[in-house]
Ligand binder design. Sequence first.
Ligand SMILES: *Cc1c(COP(=O)(O)O)cnc(C)c1O
Length: 341
Amino acid sequence: MDKKNIDWSNLGFGYIPTEKRYVSNYKDGAWDEGTLTSDANVVINECAGVLQYAQTIFEGMKAYTTEDGHIVTFRPDLNAKRMVDSARRLEMPAFPEDRFVEAVKQVVEANAAYVPPYGSGATLYIRPYMFGSNPVIGVKPADEYQFRVFSTPVGPYFKGGAKPITIRVCDFDRAAPHGTGHIKAGLNYAMSLHAIMSAHEEGYDENMYLDAATRTKVEETGGANFIFVTKDNKVVTPKSDTILPSITRRSLLYVAEKYLGLEVEEREVYLDEVKDFAECGLCGTAAVISPVGKVVDHGRDICFQSGMDEMGPITKKLYDTLTGIQMGQIEAPEGWICQIC
Ligand SMILES: *Cc1c(COP(=O)(O)O)cnc(C)c1O
């Protein structure tokens, strides 16, 4: 298979259509058999549930080429399961988990020419999503849905090294107690746009959201979970019902404990204790880990001892081990790597 003529290492994070995407429709209480299509456009009624009441959920994952030349994805079963959880919370029909993984495989295989080569740092980003597609004007769940999976090649997250970022403690809340913070729904992103634009205007890369109930505990950023490292090398991650359960974060905790022999703790993390940590990182599919060098809390700088030049040593070990597992250089735990071709 010939790869597309793309300058992989200079790709950004933007939408580039690929040849095929997967579509399945839900009607009369059942999903149809689903198919690959070349049509990148969605045509829906002006009154579709998604357009009026934001009934939409999504997932994000990537396919990439390993050192030995296989195209793989990382733990797609967990994305499938999380999407079922998201669907339940928004009263949408679950797309079966085995069919989700199968759809992802079909899309990646059909667009193999767009999967960046090993060593480029680029990946094929995969976006499964689902939305209410029939007209809904009274507030209620749609009766018909569309599940789709498209893919788009994206460039290396860190060009020229992972530089630590500066984030601010945000005065807006991301997720209400007993709300929808734990599901991957478009609505959580719509309401974060104002907060991120205002963070950028003030010169910050990201927002650190606090728990909405007490505003004393660290939750996450708009699209990534936190991990912290204590001065005695313990890996700590915030525990809360209102953060999105990141697959990267769960994988990093496993790596910390089982591969690096570090102590790990999932517990409530107070803003007051952030100053005592040695390292801080943001984890998610896109970056794996982005190091945080500084948190600004209303004019008060909280600087981590890892500094503003490079990743902290434990963060780096976590990053290298997980990316090594993903790329096939380090043996993966059973079931983590899903080979497509
Ligand atoms: C997707 C997402 C993450 C990261 O999850 P991964 O499964 O690691 O990609 C973290 N926080 C939010 C709010 C998200 O939407």
